[in-house]
Design a protein around this ligand. Structure first.
Ligand code: PNS
Length: 161
């Protein structure tokens, strides 16, 4: 039986750290679903469909494996999506102890809700300081985000909209 893993997040926008984790997950699990989810605690920069499209392009440009699909979910719980597609695993990237503290309660609640387990993966330490919120801030103030995001995202953020 093939194992489906879901890599959820806001991805607003996708960063090199996210891509690193997505690639690692794709090397472990048979099928990886990158799931763009609205986070009500954050004010969004990009529409969900735009985030999906940028991730898809970054995956192709980055030569990531073909067992990755990118989609979004806006109805109900994250684990409802997992149950619907038969995914037994959520994958989260952990940059620091701060991420462990943030992710652990969600992992326990998601398991209690559905039985879906959460696996924490460590990105390359070179990405430890990269976050979508920093990218949004730097881009919003006209700074260069190209060290932190895939080229397609840097081009998109730096082009007039
Ligand atoms: O990239 P982010 O913003 O840290 O991702 C957080 C996200 C979207 C994964 C989180 O907000 C989430 O799981 N949202 C889905 C809502 C849900 O199911 N909540 C209950 C379980 S914690």
């Amino acid at each position: 039986m093939s194992t489906i893993a879901v890599v959820p997040g806001s991805f607003d926008p996708v960063t090199l750290g996210h891509l690193d984790v997505i690639g690692r997950a794709a090397g472990i699990f048979d099928e990886v679903h990158v799931l763009v989810v609205h986070n009500p605690d954050k004010s969004a920069l990009l529409p969900i469909a735009q985030r999906v499209s940028l991730i898809q392009q970054a995956i192709v440009d980055g030569g990531l494996p073909g067992n990755i699909i990118v989609t979004s979910w806006s109805v109900g719980l994250l684990v409802d999506y997992c149950v619907e597609v038969g995914a037994k695993v959520l994958v989260k990237g952990i940059r620091s102890q701060v991420d462990v503290a943030y992710e652990t309660p969600m992992a326990i609640v998601n398991r209690n809700l559905s039985g879906v387990e959460t696996v924490f993966l460590l990105p390359d330490p070179g990405h430890a300081h990269v976050s979508s919120s920093l990218v949004r801030q730097v881009a919003g103030l006209g700074g260069d985000v190209s060290p932190y995001v895939p080229p397609v995202v840097a081009e998109f953020l730096q082009s007039p909209r």
